[in-house]
Write a protein that binds this ligand. Structure first.
Ligand code: C2O
Ligand code: CU
Length: 495
């Protein structure tokens, strides 16, 4: 087993030996993994692909033999997978059939701010919201979920989340597994807690009580993958690509296989890496995505697991982020005849994101407690930052004693360094959400969205949903070059 020790002083991720790894064959992991259906769009006269999503209440058998009240999109729990290609014009009719107001946000999508589905684009019960835009970004694994101010944790936890896969010319030519549900499978990881009657406990906002998890909100003791409890995936090919989304409220996972086998990290949040990075362990914090390719041999039965890890702090940050748990996630079971898959290509994607220019604008962000960015909590009527559309700037991000997961809307970001050291593979490439360890110092290059607006802001926030709902969020405008000072002055006067 490869040993990964990072960081000077306190090790960020602890070393493991074979002896520490519990051996299970995941024998009780027998339920077929649910694969969210691919949603077919209708084609309009001008070529626009129109998708239809309806958010509803329902009852779902999450645990065997028990029904649970859940929310879902076009179904009772979770939502279908949308797929589009660079250059496509897309539109989505988002209907709210829930008993309360919500929103639907396209996490990782580069689009005009009024189409973003953030807290300003509310959809009242019984109403339909129809954003449209052109896909103009590289192949990636994005997702969608509600983003109502103060209610995101509740709505996502109830089951409102789905994936949105993007392709481009380059990605379609790669010899990567890309048959959806066959050798290219989405894995939406979510943890939950249930009462004896099968109903969901928490998050705190549902019940008015803090039930579990404390500082990062609810940390569940049951893990669901695509809504399936103790799932099994029947592999039919010698390589399987997994697009993993951490759709949990606050839990951070540390992925690896029970037998220590290596896998290739091929992509992160906002796109593919330039080349595959071999790994045995991989952290994924709330809101982040990773794409991996793993080898499967005939008669394999191997468990994808979350291993304990050390957040590198004396604060009980590990417990609160779920990082000291060993959790089996999914068993991959191979038939004895596997269709051979081609080797993972040595080059995956070109790098398109620019380095910050000399003299780039620099900002400082300090995330503190459960609610503060630079000592402020979210205010829907306050714009916190004014960026220049289409430019690259530098954000110096620091944290206090808690782990956070910083996400910016509408664009990609690049991690420049973490505590002064070059980023690890999972922090390389095009990101939109970055894990921030307690007490850490992370420099990111922010590639400001190219869609300028002086009216509609984008959000930046912690993706630990409990923190987000408690106000750990700010708003930024991306304005046309030359307009920054005037817009900033006007905002000050208005306040
Ligand atoms: Cu995944 Cu602001 O959200
Ligand atoms: Cu946070």
């Amino acid at each position: 087993v490869a040993v990964t020790v990072l960081g000077s002083g306190a090790a960020l991720f602890m070393a493991y030996s074979d002896a520490e790894i519990a051996k299970t064959d995941g024998a009780d992991y027998t339920r077929p993994l649910a694969i969210p259906p691919l949603l077919m769009p209708t084609a309009e006269a001008d070529g626009t692909k129109r998708f239809r999503l309806e958010m509803r209440t329902g009852r779902t058998e999450l645990l065997p033999g028990e029904k649970t009240d859940t929310w879902g999109i076009n179904g009772s729990h979770l939502g279908p997978t949308l797929r589009a290609k660079r250059g496509d014009k897309v539109a989505v009719d988002v209907t709210n059939a829930l008993p309360e107001t919500t929103t639907l946000h396209w996490h990782g999508m580069h689009l005009p701010p009024e189409m973003d589905g953030g807290p300003h684009q509310t959809v009242q019960p019984g109403k339909t919201w129809s954003p449209s835009w052109e896909i103009d970004q590289p192949a990636s694994t994005l997702w969608y979920h509600p983003h109502l101010d103060g209610r995101t944790e509740k709505h996502v936890y109830r089951g409102l989340a789905g994936m949105w896969l993007l392709d481009d010319e380059e990605s379609e030519r790669l010899t990567l597994p890309q048959r959806y549900g066959v050798d290219d499978i989405p894995l939406i990881l979510q943890d939950k807690r249930m009462n004896d009657d099968g109903e969901l406990q928490g998050p705190p906002i549902l019940t008015g009580k803090v039930l579990a998890g404390g500082p990062v909100g609810l940390v569940g003791d049951k893990i669901f993958v695509n809504g399936t409890y103790q799932p099994m995936f029947a592999a039919t090919t010698t390589k399987v690509r997994m697009r993993v989304l951490n759709g949990s409220n606050g839990r951070t996972y540390h992925l690896g296989f029970a037998d220590g086998r290596r896998f290739d990290l091929i992509g992160v949040d906002n796109g593919l890496l330039e080349k595959p990075a071999p790994r045995t362990r991989l952290p994924v914090s709330p809101g982040e995505r990773v794409e991996i390719v793993v080898d499967v041999k005939p008669e394999d039965s191997v468990v994808l697991r979350s291993f304990p890890f050390d957040l590198g702090t004396p604060f009980p940050g590990n417990r609160i982020a779920g990082g000291d748990d060993t959790l089996d996630l999914l068993r991959i079971a191979a038939g004895d005849r596997l269709e051979p898959s081609p080797a993972v290509p040595a080059r995956l994607a070109g790098s398109s994101l620019p380095d910050p220019p000399a003299g780039a604008r620099t900002r400082t962000m300090h995330l503190a407690g459960q609610s503060y960015i630079n000592n402020k909590t979210m205010n829907m009527s306050r714009v916190d930052e004014v960026l220049t559309a289409g430019t690259t700037e530098i954000w110096n991000v620091t944290t206090d004693e808690m782990p956070h997961s910083l996400h910016l809307h509408g664009t990609a970001i690049t991690v420049m360094d973490v505590d002064g050291r070059p980023p690890q593979p999972w922090d390389s490439g095009p990101k939109d959400t970055v894990f921030l360890r307690p007490g850490g110092r992370t420099r990111i290059a922010v590639h400001a969205p190219k869609h300028a607006s002086e009216r509609f802001p984008y959000m930046f926030h912690c993706h630990v949903l409990f923190h987000e709902d408690r106000g750990m969020m700010g708003q930024f405008l991306a304005v046309r070059p030359g307009r920054e000072e005037q817009v900033s002055r006007d905002l000050k006067d208005a306040h």
